[in-house]
Design a protein around this ligand. Structure first.
Ligand code: NAD
Length: 375
């Protein structure tokens, strides 16, 4: 407990408005909901279901992810703050209807301060169960009136971020003839491949799942090739764009020095392994399109679902990721800072302009921190 309180009240990174710990012994639910900021509106972010090695790591993940959602939602132009939930457990073994219902009751107890959605380990069918107990649920299946899988819009947004990066780096948004390396061809990555192929780009893919690679090679034998792993992909000669679409932390002290790509733009969350990496990328002349700017399509879709999902309205909003990315890249040049810093500044400005408490610079001073436990 002492460690948790210390993390909450003393960490620079963890200036969250509210953190809720919950357990439901009957169903085995153990969950953390972190609300980083409600400066722009109710906190919006997904539910991660994951077997964390320790409870401290689960809490740290919830805090980091919630903070990231504040920034993502702010720059996506959404009237939502940032929040995230983690359920501790193995989704394959521990995910039951009873547990998801108990989780739904927990989210409902917050009366709309936190709105949930899918994330790693949860899917639209799970959100249908959560929604049976809680109206503040998105990411539901189309059969239940939801928007369904968000990967299509996420991939579309990353594609717009790539076009903006190309415009900034090479003076044209066209990706024709460019070589794009995609690490991870799961739900988002495989749709990104489709966008690249239709743009006339050459695509190099890798994935730990050999079936996923095989399916793509069979679908696009002329324009896609595969390499064994990400270590190989990031060293491919003449790679123009590297798109991390699997795990976070992939831009680190080992990978940045050997990257051959001129541009990094992908869907994975939290790509920068630690503070300072954004400067290492800039020092090497590598243009980094901040992850949370370009992968906001899923958040845009979740927010839209609250107002009767309209795919065309969503696509129009995700299209704006092109303008936002370009504006961030221009600002970075103007202020002589890395793009990741420019994005953080722009997001913080929007949160502070709201005039409400909870902006990251003021929250430590004026926003009370609540800490509650149990359902
Ligand atoms: N789905 C969304 O709407 C969305 C929105 C925002 C951000 N993201 C982020 O984008 C990334 C991809 O999301 P997704 O929904 O496509 O996930 P996914 O699980 O469907 O796909 C990830 C793929 O990466 C592969 N992979 C895992 N480890 C790998 C490794 N070491 N090397 C190469 N490939 C590896 C997996 O086999 C899988 O095919 C995640 O980081 C996710 O957090 C997704």
């Amino acid at each position: 407990m002492a460690n948790i309180l210390h993390t909450l009240f003393n960490s620079e990174q963890a200036r969250h408005e509210q953190v809720v710990l919950c357990q439901d012994r009957a169903s085995g639910l153990k969950a953390v909901i972190a609300i980083h900021s409600t400066a722009l509106g109710p906190a919006l972010g997904g539910t991660r279901f994951y077997l964390y090695p320790t409870e401290d790591e689960a809490l740290a993940d919830a805090l980091n992810l919630a903070r990231g959602m504040s920034y993502k939602n702010a720059l996506a132009g959404l009237d939502h703050g940032g929040g995230k939930a983690v359920i501790i457990g193995d989704p394959q073994k521990n995910k039951t209807k009873e547990l998801l219902q108990a989780y739904g009751r927990l989210v409902a107890s917050l009366r709309g301060r936190y709105i949930t959605a899918c994330d790693v380990g949860t899917n639209t069918a799970d959100m249908d169960v959560v929604a049976s107990q809680c109206r503040w649920t998105t990411g539901r299946s189309p059969q239940s009136g939801g928007a369904g899988d968000s990967s299509v819009l996420t991939a579309f947004g990353v594609y717009q971020g790539m076009r903006a990066s190309a415009q900034h780096q090479w003076g044209t948004p066209s990706l024709r003839g460019r070589t794009v390396g995609i690490a991870g061809v799961g739900k988002v990555g495989h749709i990104l491949v489709q966008h690249m192929v239709s743009e006339g780009a050459k695509v190099v893919i890798t994935d730990v799942c050999k079936e996923a690679v095989g399916r793509i090679l069979a679908a696009y034998p002329d324009s896609v090739t595969a390499v064994a792993d990400t270590t190989t992909l990031i060293r491919v000669a003449n790679l123009d764009i590297y798109a991390p679409c699997a795990l976070g932390g992939v831009l680190n002290d080992e990978t940045v020095p050997v990257l051959t790509a001129e541009v990094v733009c992908g869907a994975a969350n939290n790509q920068l392994a630690h503070p300072g990496i954004e400067k290492d990328l800039a020092d090497r002349g590598i243009l980094y399109a901040p992850d949370y700017v370009v992968n906001a399509g899923g958040a845009i879709q979740a927010a839209d679902e609250l107002h009767r999902f309209d795919p065309e309205r969503c696509k129009a909003k995700a299209m704006k990721i092109y303008d936002t990315t370009l504006a961030i890249l221009h600002r970075a040049v103007r202020e002589d800072i890395p793009p990741a810093t420019a994005a953080d500044r722009a997001a913080e400005e929007r949160m502070l302009q709201s005039g409400l408490p909870g902006g990251p610079k003021t929250s430590g001073l004026v926003t009370p921190l609540f800490f509650s436990e149990g359902l």
